[in-house]
Write a protein that binds this ligand. Structure first.
Ligand SMILES: [Zn+2]
Length: 240
């Protein structure tokens, strides 16, 4: 086989491997991301419950302050009722007392309602805290396993880069430039096999003359349709 063609096949194989490392690492990292997202969502939910509790406590304090005001008001009304004389004055005081008592009832109902909310949210938070602890543990386990997987991939990547560097220094600059020009658009299908007399980049059938040149492997042959670099597929070689 033509030495340049051999180098081009090898170079395209290495370039494809290099391109595959990114998605491989991303796939592994995605597992961790999903786990961390779950942990974050649970924490946000717990924070939102905490905010609800703080809000309920604030409202409860306001109602309690109001109750204290009403209580001293009722005491004043009791004192006043001992002093008033006319029926009209008595009626007015009674009405005021009724209103204040209603307001007390309302404030007490509110406090009860808010207490229930606080209890419920606190129970929810306890449940969430268990889930958060589980999620943290899970994320840590995934992280440990991912770290070793990524290390292995990184080492493989270093080796492939090294092989590429070693190959590139041996190659002619002219051939390299030719390859890189096609690779700009053809990416990982820059150098493709020919199967059943068709280019495996564009899948178009080639004429007998081009096919014969590909089979000979004496020159670098490009596809007459798309311009990719062609080589004879190994399986066909075995058949021949
Ligand atoms: Zn083609």
């Amino acid at each position: 086989m033509n030495k340049y063609l051999e180098q081009l096949i090898e170079l395209s194989k290495l370039d494809k491997e290099i391109d595959d490392f990114g998605p491989r690492i991303a796939k592994v990292e995605k597992m961790l991301k999903l786990s961390l997202d779950k942990e974050r969502d649970l924490k946000l939910q717990a924070e939102s419950f905490q905010a609800d509790i703080a809000d309920a406590k604030l409202k409860k304090a306001k109602n309690e302050a109001h109750l204290a005001e009403l209580s001293s008001k009722l005491k004043d009304l009791t004192k006043k009722s001992a002093l008033v004389k006319t029926a009209k004055e008595i009626k007015a005081l009674q009405l005021e007392e009724e209103i204040s008592k209603e307001q007390c009832d309302f404030a007490n109902d509110e406090i009860n309602r808010l207490d229930k909310i606080i209890d419920l949210k606190q129970t929810n938070i306890s449940g969430l805290q268990e889930k958060i602890a589980e999620a943290v543990k899970e994320a840590e386990e995934i992280k440990a396993s991912i770290d070793s997987q990524i290390q292995a991939i990184e080492e493989e990547r270093r080796n492939v880069y090294q092989s590429k560097d070693e190959l590139v220094v041996q190659m002619s600059q002219k051939i390299l430039t030719f390859y890189q020009k096609i690779r700009k658009w053809a990416e990982n299908t820059t150098v493709v096999p020919v199967k059943k007399q068709a280019c495996y980049g564009c899948f178009m059938r080639m004429n007998d003359k081009t096919y014969a040149s590909v089979l000979k492997q004496d020159d670098i042959v490009t596809c007459p349709h798309c311009g990719r670099i062609l080589y004879k597929e190994i399986a066909e070689e075995a058949q021949a």
